[in-house]
Ligand binder design. Structure first.
Ligand code: HEM
Ligand code: HEM
Length: 456
């Protein structure tokens, strides 16, 4: 039972550490993917490393391993602190972590061996799904046990978001993965495409988004040392995101023969997303207004600020990308990949990192080992992701316009080659950010040596 040894904040600490490790693994896999798109023959035909297997290994590792683990790990700190009590059970917390990590590892190894459900972001086969669902249930039980014995009467908005993310994700993970259909995990035809995007979109809007918003709502007031601008606004945002995000997944398949009413719901819902997004961004902006200096002097504050800027940008582009006229140029090409990285890494990933850098010094009881390293991580990320996004958006527009002009896909490939090379170059900065962060984290937690600079 050494693996489940009890120590104060042990669960949060191990979740955050695991996330930093998955960040390294996930971005490295992304780098290999990007290399494939430049030189498909370079890695030979090693089955474990073919693009079609590596791509889902990359996406699942970054989404669940890096982002999910960091944000839910932050929840293991936030929930007890907001409830003014201790975690319900550190042992249960560690059990959930092992189930979670082993599921991610097993899912990826099986993907490498060719076992896949072939559904985007739901590629892991059903035994892994059972592990993931079990982990969600264990995490939920622990959050709930903690909240039920709280000494603080008010439930701060971050608590609402953390619970909503777990409850919604459990349900749509089960249905979206068609867990009751273990052989293939899928239905047939358009019904399946719909279900698959109900799920895929849920992963974006009801797993990563509420978790990231929960952490942002905690970090900004704490770092700025001021109360949240408006609790009412935060509640309007909370309920509207649940109402809207839950049924707009069909905007991923607007170009297919799904019923027109479904397209209308998806498009109007996407445009209405302005409301929940604006409530978060405006509320946090008004909280940090006049205190940007304090926010940027803090490492977690810097990451959360970048995350919110990227959130706003992603959510200005997203609704436009749901319009059929825009999709004529942007659909199924690198424009979507650019948007995906801006949202997933820029918004949720940055806020996951903010969680790590806020919580680790508090748990470890000492400042971060060499603050400069985390500053470097921050700038690597800003430069790498901005370049990554601009390069892929341009590549997408080149592809989309060529296709619109009747050019065959194979003839557009040479045009995009240079963008693929530049993307790998930009991606190397993101990979470097992951390695730098892991090093700084390990030094802070286990080998602090002499810490030269002040607190975060
Ligand atoms: C934590 C950081 C990262 C996150 C969260 C992330 C996330 C994603 C997501 C969500 C997709 C699927 C996009 C879609 O289908 O629309 C994707 C695909 C991809 N990513 Fe990343 N990524 C990260 C880092 C990287 C890095 C550093 C590289 C390259 C050096 C990279 C290269 C790729 C490639 C090549 C694809 C496949 C694109 C395609 O199919 O054309 N990613 N990534
Ligand atoms: C107002 C909010 C948003 C709207 C309306 C929106 C809309 C869209 C649309 C219409 C697409 C499909 C584009 C196409 O296939 O042509 C898309 C793709 C995507 N979006 Fe968003 N988006 C929003 C915010 C976000 C955020 C915050 C994230 C990340 C946390 C995100 C992550 C993604 C990903 C990963 C994909 C690629 C899915 C795939 O094809 O593999 N989006 N989005």
């Amino acid at each position: 039972m050494r693996l489940l040894k009890v120590e104060p904040w042990g669960t949060a600490k191990l979740y955050l550490l695991s996330s930093a490790i998955w960040f390294v693994v996930g971005t490295t896999l992304g780098g290999i993917d990007a290399t494939h798109l430049i030189a498909p023959e370079l890695l030979g035909n090693i089955p474990f490393l073919v693009f079609s297997r590596l791509r889902p290994m990359h996406t699942n590792t970054v989404i669940f391993g890096f982002i999910g683990t960091s944000l839910m790990g932050a929840g293991f700190y936030l929930i007890p602190v907001m409830a003014r009590t201790t975690l319900y059970s550190e042992r249960l917390g560690k059990l959930s972590l092992w189930v979670w990590n082993l599921s991610i590892l097993t899912g990826n190894i099986l993907l490498g061996l060719g076992y896949s459900q072939s559904r985007e972001y739901a590629e892991w086969v059903w035994p892994v799904d059972i592990g993931i669902l079990t982990a969600f249930a264990l995490i939920f039980a622990n959050y709930l046990g903690t909240t039920l014995r709280r000494k603080e009467k008010m439930l701060y908005v971050s608590t609402w978001y953390l619970f909503a993310a777990l409850v919604f994700t459990w349900c749509f993970y089960f249905f979206g993965n068609a867990v009751w259909n273990p052989r293939t995990g899928s239905l047939v035809g358009l019904a399946d495409a719909n279900l698959a995007w109900f799920y895929g979109h849920g992963i974006i809007g009801l797993f990563m988004t509420p978790l990231a918003v929960a952490v942002a709502y905690y970090v900004v007031p704490i770092v700025c040392r001021t109360p949240l601008y408006s609790h009412s606004l935060s509640m309007i945002g909370f309920w509207s995101v649940l109402v809207l995000y839950s049924h707009i997944g069909a905007h991923h398949i607007i170009q297919t023969p799904i019923p027109t009413w479904l397209k209308v719901v998806a498009i109007t819902g996407s445009l209405s997303m302005f409301l929940p997004v604006a409530t978060v961004v405006i509320n946090l902006w008004l909280t940090m207004r006049g205190r940007l200096g304090i926010l940027h002097a803090n490492l977690a504050g810097k990451f959360v600020f970048a995350g919110l800027v990227w959130y706003a940008l992603t959510c200005i582009a997203g609704p436009l990308q749901s319009l059929p006229s825009v999709q004529r140029v942007t659909h199924l090409n690198n424009f979507v990949i650019a948007h995906a990285h801006l949202g997933v890494l820029g918004f949720s990933g940055s806020i996951g990192l903010a969680g790590i850098w806020l919580i680790i010094p508090r748990i470890a009881g000492r400042p971060i080992y060499q603050r400069r390293l985390v500053d470097i991580q921050h700038w690597f990320l800003i430069f790498g992701l901005t370049a990554f996004h601009l390069i892929l958006s341009t590549a997408g527009l080149v592809q989309g316009n060529s296709w619109l002009n009747g050019e065959a896909i194979y003839r557009t490939l040479p045009m995009t080659h240079i963008y693929m090379v530049l993307r790998l170059f930009a991606g190397l900065f993101i990979i470097a950010a992951a390695y730098t962060g892991l090093y700084a984290l390990l030094r802070t937690m286990y080998w602090p040596g002499s810490i030269k600079e002040g607190s975060p």
